[in-house]
Design a protein around this ligand. Structure first.
Ligand SMILES: [Zn+2]
Ligand SMILES: [Zn+2]
Length: 217
């Protein structure tokens, strides 16, 4: 009976739908970060919020804006998925996508606030900080390099040089030098404090998709 099959999708089908939802988030993450945030150069809320984070890496969009964007995404994704498949499969797919979005939000914030704990965390920080301080138009994926590799925007981060005024707290010691355990991955340059002029310059560079200058005059 097709009606019954539609209302009772198998656990395997639901698991696959959730996993596919999570995987589609990573592609969405890439597209939004590259096109809706960087290519828009400050036009629209998402771009403005994100480039503000590039200008000041301690700035993260408030939670309500994130919940709003998750809700907005669901209202587009869920009906589209429902049109293609059953309601439960569609909700599991959408749930997988939103859950992965939550994982991304936490993972992204932690690259800035917490030291790596394993090889994946180490890669994620090097790649994302290369995106911030090396080439803002490369390495858009935070949770996976897959889409950057597919679209030809992936660089191996190498040793990432970070302006000292923007260095994450986990990376540097009390004297503002790179901690020995991270010396193979990072170097720091310039002064620890930002002047008003520097903050203005950092803002303009971020909104032009330029990396922040390393040693301000
Ligand atoms: Zn970031
Ligand atoms: Zn970015």
């Amino acid at each position: 009976m097709p009606a019954r099959a539609r209302t009772n999708p198998s656990p395997v089908r639901l698991l696959a739908a959730g996993a596919l939802g999570a995987a589609s988030w990573t592609g969405t993450e890439y597209l939004l970060h590259r096109f809706a945030m960087h290519e828009m150069r400050g036009k629209g809320l998402a771009s403005r919020e994100h480039l503000q984070h590039h200008a000041d890496v301690t700035y993260f969009s408030p939670t309500w804006k994130k919940l709003l964007s998750a809700a907005a995404t669901s209202t587009v994704v869920f009906p589209a998925a429902w049109a293609l498949t059953g309601r439960r499969t569609a909700s599991t797919y959408t749930g997988g996508m939103i859950a992965m979005y939550g994982v991304y939000e936490v993972a992204h914030r932690r690259t800035h606030t917490h030291p790596p704990k394993n090889g994946f965390g180490r890669w994620m920080r090097r790649s994302h900080l290369y995106h911030h301080f090396g080439k803002p138009m490369r390495n858009f994926g935070v949770t996976t390099p897959l889409w950057d590799k597919a679209f030809g925007t992936y660089d191996e981060p190498g040793v990432v040089t970070v302006p000292r005024r923007m260095a994450p707290v986990w990376m540097i010691d009390g004297n503002g030098e790179v901690r020995p355990e991270y010396a193979a991955d990072y170097a720091v340059r310039g002064g620890a404090r930002s002047t008003e002029g520097q903050r203005k310059r950092d803002h303009d560079d971020a909104f032009a998709n330029e990396a922040p200058v390393l040693e301000p005059a």
